[in-house]
Design a protein around this ligand. Structure first.
Ligand code: ZN
Length: 188
């Protein structure tokens, strides 16, 4: 039967003939308030994706406040239906004060591997009014690829402003969104 002859509401296929691929998708989101650096405020140095950005404001956080690495961590954990970042690394635990967030990514990746998966694609968006992410974007991509043991061409990072509106647009906060695709690791 040609496409024209098929009833409008007939399902194209009753059964998907493609071999089922064992894929998982995860989404992560994070936001931190930005405050002036000490002594005027409580802002930490601004670190995004493990890369230091020069700015006179920084995140208020228990850890180092790396908004992108927190979103990446939650995306990895979400893809394996694991605990979230706050459950794994409570911000009430003095052991995590000022902690390098790449350790969170490393632990999430360990759990992903333990579950039998490996990340195959990652796309992230950082929303901040200032400074511009553009000049640091490639360094952030390369650092994420290194942390996740992925080829750089499977890791993407975009920077956006919030068009001057709301807390992010007024420079009072920074946000990150991340999606990650996992595939069953060979031999798992
Ligand atoms: Zn965070």
């Amino acid at each position: 039967m040609t496409q024209e002859d098929a009833p409008a509401h007939a399902p194209i296929r009753a059964h998907n003939p493609l071999p089922a691929q064992d894929l998982r998708i995860g989404h992560g989101y994070d936001l931190h308030r930005l405050e002036p650096a000490p002594p005027a405020g409580k802002g930490r140095p601004l670190i995004v994706g493990g890369i230091r950005l020069e700015f006179d404001r920084g995140p208020v956080a228990h850890s180092d406040g790396d908004v992108l690495l927190h979103a990446v961590t939650d995306a990895l954990l979400g893809a394996i239906a694991g605990p979230d970042i706050g459950q794994l690394f409570p911000d009430t635990d003095p052991a995590h004060a000022g902690e390098d967030s790449s350790r969170y990514v490393a632990e999430a990746l360990r759990l992903v591997h333990e579950a039998g998966y490996a990340p195959v694609s990652l796309d992230a968006t950082v929303v901040l009014e200032r400074p511009r992410l553009g000049p640091s974007k490639q360094a952030v991509r390369e650092n994420l690829a290194r942390l996740l043991a992925m080829p750089v061409d499977r890791v993407n990072v975009k920077g956006k402003t919030h068009e001057g509106v709301d807390a992010v647009g007024e420079g009072r906060a920074i946000e990150a969104h991340c999606v990650v695709l996992l595939a069953r690791a060979s031999g798992a």
